[in-house]
Design a protein around this ligand. Structure first.
Ligand SMILES: Cc1ncc(COP(=O)(O)O)c(C=O)c1O
Length: 375
């Protein structure tokens, strides 16, 4: 066996949700609520544009490596100049490319914990020294702590906003303080769930060259299977990133789909408002069972249960797939449930309400403070 490099040999792999072929092909009625994808198909305009592209092509040519049409549309959507925007094969690919562009072996990378674990994998595989920062309470911001742990070796700081899975949201002024105090640290604000919460740091990118905002078409736009994401940052950063970015990775179908999705914002906005209503509805039902909930500003909720693994197993026997977060430090007892359209959440509730009470109540996690739930 050829040995992988030391950092890869030593690191823990990212644990995916249930993406297996078997699961996806099994049956249309299973409830996939484990990866926060949209639960409905993308806009009919997207489907029409994809069909026409498949028929007329050119599928035999490489895609537009500059994603020119998509970037024009993104400039309108984000309010950022085209020169500040770059597209990727999903925002994961953007995060990975950023790590490969900026991290030298031994550079410190601050992770605002607990958080989306894939970024840890990208940073670690680039031989970064990880600096995971936990606050006393995972549902409260820790701006000053993040600032004080930074050293001369710190290269990157990663914040997901709103955070996956806690839903924690840093304000513009908190992010601005970090950007001002740490001008030599590249701050990545991952806005994969921007459309659900509406708060963005996009307007800060032309003021702070040390800021990168990353976004996704996988969540509110329903394009997870096609892979498309983008970043907003100063053109100087893009110059470096573009040296190693693989433009062909943003495939033709992904570009066609993302352009058409941006042409039908109404469809996306309608879905987002349905998710918000369904989130509130389901949270109300689960709270009435006496369980503690973190109703995040994104398309998922966290629920505190006595026996997370039994709850997950029980749901899986009913073809419902959610995500265990209870093995993360500070998230003991917590499961994450993606929220989708109302009809689906009503089907979910019918299964959830029948979970044996012994699996749900009686734990001693007490992770979610009563007075912190975001309404
Ligand atoms: C915080 C966060 N960032 C990035 C991603 C990946 O998004 P994409 O599908 O655009 O690669 C996810 C997916 O769950 C996520 O939760």
């Amino acid at each position: 066996m050829i040995k992988p490099k030391k950092s890869v040999a030593q690191m823990a792999a990212y644990l995916n949700g249930k993406h297996s072929h078997a699961l996806l092909s099994q049956n249309a009625r299973l409830m996939k609520l484990d990866s926060n994808e949209a639960t409905i198909s993308p806009s009919p305009r997207v489907t029409a544009a994809l069909t026409s592209f498949i028929q007329e092509g050119p599928l035999n040519w490489y895609p537009d490596v500059d994603s020119r049409e998509l970037i024009q549309k993104l400039a309108i959507y984000t309010g950022c100049p085209e020169s500040f925007i770059q597209t990727f094969n999903g925002s994961d690919n953007a995060l990975e490319t950023i790590c490969r562009t900026f991290i030298e072996p031994g550079d410190e990378v601050i992770l605002c914990m607990p958080t989306y674990d894939h970024f840890r994998v990208y940073a670690e595989s680039c031989d970064a020294t990880l600096v995971p920062v936990f606050g006393k309470n995972p549902f409260l911001t820790k701006t000053e702590k993040l600032i004080t742990v930074a050293t001369n070796q710190t290269k990157l700081l990663y914040i997901v906003n709103p955070n996956n899975p806690t839903g924690l949201l840093y304000s513009v002024s908190e992010i601005e303080r970090i950007l001002k105090v740490l001008p030599d640290v590249l701050v990545i604000v991952d806005e994969a769930y921007f459309e659900f919460c509406g708060l963005t740091m996009a307007s800060l990118v032309n003021q702070y060259p040390n800021l990168i905002v990353s976004r996704s078409f996988s969540k509110a736009f329903g394009l997870a299977g096609l892979r498309c994401g983008y970043i907003l940052t100063h053109p100087d950063n893009l110059m470096a990133i573009n040296k190693i970015r693989i433009g062909k990775n943003v495939n033709s179908l992904a570009q066609v789909a993302a352009v058409s999705a941006l042409d039908d914002l109404e469809y996306m906005e309608h879905y987002v408002s349905e998710v918000k209503m369904a989130r509130k509805w389901l949270a109300g039902k689960i709270r009435k069972m006496g369980l503690k909930i973190m109703e995040t500003p994104a398309n998922y909720i966290l629920v505190e249960v006595a026996h997370p693994l039994q709850v997950i197993d029980h749901l899986e026997t009913h073809q419902v797939f959610i995500r265990d977060r209870s093995f993360f430090p500070q998230l003991e007892g917590l499961i994450r449930i993606s929220i989708g359209h109302q009809l689906l959440m009503e089907r979910f509730w019918k299964v959830f309400e029948k979970i044996p009470t012994a699996f749900l109540v009686g734990g001693n996690g007490a992770q979610i403070p009563d007075n912190l739930a975001i309404q």
